[in-house]
Design a protein around this ligand. Structure first.
Ligand code: SF4
Length: 168
C-alpha cells in the first residue's frame, strides 16, 4: 500500500479529553469531528505529549500561563518541543508533507494566540531557528463536541486541504 505522506501534528487533548483539567473537558473522549475530517482524508496523526499532565498529573487545577511559567515547566516544554520539531524535520526530509499543527485557543500551554502558550512558544522558537514554516490552527474556545461547530469545521477542512493556511 502506498502511503500518502501527509501528517498533521495535534495537541494531545484533541484526541484525548481525559487529559484536560477536569471541569474543562469538551468531549467524552476525542474531538471526534476533528479526528474524522483528518482520518477520512487518509492523513496521518502525530499526537504531541501533554506537558501539563506530565508536570502536574490528571488531578491538576486550572492555572494561568504566568503560574506555569517556571524553570521546571519550561524545561518539560522545551524537551517536548525538541522532540516534536526533530520529528517535523524528519517527516519533511523524508518527502512527507507536514500539513501543520493544531493547538488549543487560550491554553496556557498549547495556544497559538497573540500570547502563545508555553509549549507553542518553544515549538515555534525552534521552528523559526531551523527556518521551517508550518501552518497553524487553533481549536476555538467555543468548540464543544456535541455542537455542530460548522464554522470551525469549514476552517479545518480548508486547513487540511491546504487551502486556508496561516504560515508561521
Ligand atoms: S497542555 Fe495542551 S495538550 Fe495538555 S490539556 Fe492543555 S491544551 Fe491539551
Amino acid at each position: 500500500m502506498h502511503r500518502q505522506g501527509k501528517v498533521v501534528f495535534l495537541s494531545h487533548c484533541i484526541l484525548n479529553q481525559n487529559s484536560v483539567v477536569k471541569p474543562l473537558a469538551r468531549a467524552k473522549g476525542a474531538y471526534n469531528k476533528v479526528a474524522e475530517e483528518i482520518i477520512k482524508r487518509d492523513i496521518g496523526i502525530y499526537q504531541i505529549m501533554c506537558p501539563e499532565n506530565k508536570y502536574l498529573g490528571l488531578n491538576r487545577l486550572p492555572q494561568t500561563k504566568e503560574e506555569y511559567d517556571n524553570k521546571d515547566y519550561r524545561n518539560i516544554c522545551r524537551d517536548i518541543a525538541y522532540e516534536v520539531v526533530d520529528d517535523i524535520e524528519k517527516y519533511i526530509n523524508n518527502s512527507n508533507k507536514v500539513l501543520g499543527i493544531i493547538g488549543i485557543s487560550n491554553s496556557p500551554t498549547c495556544s497559538y494566540n497573540e500570547n502563545k502558550g508555553i509549549l507553542f512558544e518553544e515549538i515555534f522558537y525552534l521552528l523559526n531557528e531551523r527556518s521551517i514554516s508550518i501552518p497553524v490552527l487553533n481549536i476555538p474556545t467555543n468548540y464543544i463536541e456535541e455542537k455542530e461547530n460548522k464554522e470551525f469545521i469549514d476552517k479545518l477542512i480548508g486547513f487540511l486541504n491546504n487551502k486556508e493556511t496561516l504560515y508561521r
